[in-house]
Write a protein that binds this ligand. Structure first.
Ligand code: SF4
Ligand code: SF4
Length: 343
């Protein structure tokens, strides 16, 4: 489908044409931006650096039922209900859209996770170019751009009183309703303006790190004392992984209520000691140095080894929200400089 333009004052009309979708969009609440179900298009926030929580919950909820059971009058197991409704995820930043492709690698790996897949298949993702990247963003260092269209069905760019709309997939075409009434063709001026906005946005991503070589260098630093020093101030809160769009660890627990019960999976984090405790009580990652090291290794060595992709999209959330200021870009720079290596 050709590119299009939609005037901002036509957004309410466009959204009303999409009533067959449950729409999730960014909203401001208590001074933070979060994705939640849209009830009123006028409450949607489209000028923001990024949401405090990534929208990964749409596909990978914090707590999700896998199955439930009843024990009497006879044992009966019921599969979890599939998420069947059509969802439109609106206003996603390009880094977060790229994170979905990273999550796909895990959830479609040795076992295709049907709950995750159903939610992915049912969702159309409309992205929004970052026009003012946050000072902690470093997407350009890990293969992204403020205007990347990877993982998106539609990419919109704010041109002031209108949006430039790039339709990328068939799913994206399905949400372009009433094209003759709501949308118009872009002019050369629109295209030029979009190019200038993209260029300016890219130049404003000032935090960066050369990740080339980090993978191999990490291989030499597994036993390095560097991790003792780096993790000294970490309080093990897990914020860095709970807010990370690519972190995907979960725990599985059974909730038994006598005659019935259910099995659920819940987000977990490798930054807390209990995550790796064995049934015997032995913990292979007993100290915070082991856990912080694992997080860095997982993103920049283990995941690339297994899936040929870095498990970081440079969203900067872990940097902005770490209560003690541990900065993954700084960590990677330091890793490259550490001189003490294993024999
Ligand atoms: S590691 Fe940090 S910067 Fe990278 S994707 Fe996760 S939260 Fe964002
Ligand atoms: S957010 Fe900072 S303090 Fe909390 S677990 Fe992560 S590195 Fe440690």
């Amino acid at each position: 489908m050709d590119d299009m333009i939609i005037k901002k004052d036509k957004l309410p009309k466009w959204s009303s044409e999409l009533s067959d979708y449950k729409i999730f969009a960014p909203h401001r609440e208590d001074d933070v931006v979060i994705f939640k179900e849209m009830k009123n298009v006028n409450k949607v926030v489209l000028h923001y650096a990024n949401s405090v929580m990534p929208p990964k919950e749409i596909f990978f909820p914090q707590t999700q039922e896998l199955f439930k059971y009843e024990k009497s009058p006879e044992m009966k197991v019921s599969e979890a209900e599939l998420p069947l409704e059509k969802v439109l995820l609106f206003g996603v930043r390009p880094c977060d859209a790229r994170s979905f492709l990273i999550m796909d690698k895990l959830f479609y790996w040795d076992y295709e996770d049907h709950l995750y897949k159903q939610a992915r298949d049912n969702t159309v993702i409309i992205g929004l170019t970052c026009t003012s990247p946050h000072h902690n963003c470093f997407c350009t260092s890990v293969g992204g751009k403020p205007y990347s269209n990877e993982g998106l069905d539609v990419l919109m760019t704010d041109l002031g009183d209108r949006y430039y709309v790039e339709v990328l997939t068939e799913k994206g075409e399905d949400v372009i309703r009433k094209p003759d009434e709501l949308f118009s063709k872009p002019t050369d001026k629109d295209r030029k303006e979009r190019g200038e906005i993209w260029e300016k946005a890219e130049s404003e991503v000032t935090k960066n790190v050369e990740v080339e070589g980090v993978h191999d260098k990490l291989g030499e630093l597994f036993e390095s004392k560097y991790w003792d020093e780096k993790s000294r101030t970490c309080v093990g809160c897990g914020i860095c992984s709970f807010l990370c769009p690519t972190c995907h660890c979960f725990d599985i627990t059974d909730e038994d209520c006598g005659n019935c019960g259910r099995r659920i999976r819940t987000w977990d984090t490798c930054m807390i000691p209990e995550y790796t405790v064995h049934a015997s009580g032995y913990n292979p990652r007993p100290g915070k140095k082991n856990r912080l090291k694992n997080r860095v290794f997982h993103k920049f060595r283990y995941f690339p080894d297994r899936f040929d992709a870095i498990a970081c999209v440079g969203c900067g959330r872990c940097i902005s929200k770490c209560p003690v200021g541990i900065d993954i870009v700084e960590t990677l720079e330091e890793v490259k400089e550490v001189e003490e290596v294993e024999e």
